[in-house]
Design a binder for this molecule. Sequence first.
Ligand SMILES: Cc1cc2nc3c(=O)[nH]c(=O)nc-3n(C[C@H](O)[C@H](O)[C@H](O)COP(=O)(O)OP(=O)(O)OC[C@H]3O[C@@H](n4cnc5c(N)ncnc54)[C@H](O)[C@@H]3O)c2cc1C
Length: 477
Amino acid sequence: MATHDSTGATGTTTQLSPEALDGVLAPLAASLGDRLLTPSAATFAETAALFVGGPARTPAAVARVRTTDEVVEALAIARDAGLPLAVRSGGHHQARHGLVDGGLVLDLRLLDGIDIDAAAGVGHAQGGVVAGAYTAAAGAHGLATGFGDTGSVGVGGITLGGGIGYLSRHDGLTVDNLLGAEVVLADGRVVRADADENPDLFWALRGGGGNFGVVTRLDLRLRELGTVTGGMMMWVPTPATLAAVLRAFAEGPDEFAGMVNVMVAPPVPMIPAELHGKPIIMALLCHSGTAAEADEVFAPLRALGTVLDSVQEMPYPAMFEGAGGPPPGGMGDARTGFLGQGAWAPDEAWAAEVIETVSQAAGPAAVNIRAMGGAIGLVDPAATAFAHRDPAFMVTVGKFAPAVEALPAASEWVESAAQAFGISGRGYVNFMGTATEQDVRNAYPEATLARLREVKRAYDPQNTFGYIGTSEAVSGP
Ligand SMILES: Cc1cc2nc3c(=O)[nH]c(=O)nc-3n(C[C@H](O)[C@H](O)[C@H](O)COP(=O)(O)OP(=O)(O)OC[C@H]3O[C@@H](n4cnc5c(N)ncnc54)[C@H](O)[C@@H]3O)c2cc1C
């Protein structure tokens, strides 16, 4: 099967007979032992599962690599045999790039070393580390690097796509704090990418996703951070309340960050029973300044009449503890886009449309609104492959599907909601529910895409690393 991707690279993958496949994988089985899992292994399904569910995809094998040398070896075997390859770390991407039918999954989760160099202010994370583990390790030194809001998300995936979270308005995106990386390229070379070595690759890694190689180590800038004031607030949704919450971000300091969900309350114990099944505004909030400054910011939000308020002073790593996010295995579709610039905030009419759309949805749906601005917008859009620097808010609409058959209806719903909310046309690669050519064009402005294509041609001309490139919409001769 020939593959073609929107960055212009082409490659060829092969369907092998079971006997031929055994022969191809034999050297890897010898090296990895029971860390090479084929579908007959008792733990195969559990190991291959991603956080996000979806239509069945069955890889030929999962290689649970533990060292850079093992990455090089597994990669060579897949490449030389023309086996489709997928790379996974935390397994959270909604478009499920981390699984590939009939191919080899390079599972990085055992490549999970963390080294916090407090004196140098640099955290080193191997390619399979998750955000919660890194944040806890850095927190033990009173230090932090900003990721998102969920501890089980892979540092590899979130960083390569951008990384928007609790510290972004103050410190920039995760990519703005990436100082360098060790990368295994498609041809097996192990290279460093930073401002001095392979700067074009370094640029592409900061937003271009898993298109260019296997990142076996990320070097991340640390900042001092002990406690924050954070947690959850919830309100009964009215247009005035939603607009006021969003305005608080627009007018608030860069230390104040978080995300606001308009959703139907699930029947979980932490939410008052009388709200179950009803629309709510649920915000996860974090203020990284002093407790007194935080209280000032949170007072007007409390004055809106919260029905739940768990916001309190806590060590920063505590923000990443607990389950976080929806339960694993759920499926659905999502569209993401951006709104406004500078201190702009949506008005009550927009808020009313959001509340009405979520309330009327058949089955669980959510609109997730994240404040951008601050340090994110201070970076030149051309400086990294993440180029959407100016928006005030990022908005994601998501619709859950109880079964595969319900996915088309979920896609239709998110498409129409995205149009209604005015967020179509641009997107964040880490929140793409699908990976069509249009999604890719939404994620990267034309100039960025052209530059990504150049880097792709230089570092992965055979498209060994499919990532956003092997979707149905962009595959072909
Ligand atoms: C519950 C939940 C909460 C989230 N919260 C946030 C948030 O607050 N902020 C935010 O910005 N994003 C957030 N995301 C989105 C998240 O950043 C993306 O889904 C990201 O791709 C997840 O990374 P992962 O390593 O867990 O996923 P994976 O599915 O393992 O990785 C996605 C792809 O990235 C590439 N990749 C990953 N690691 C490597 C590596 N080491 N080397 C080479 N390629 C690699 C591979 O192509 C892989 O298939 C969230 C997602 C979920 C499901």
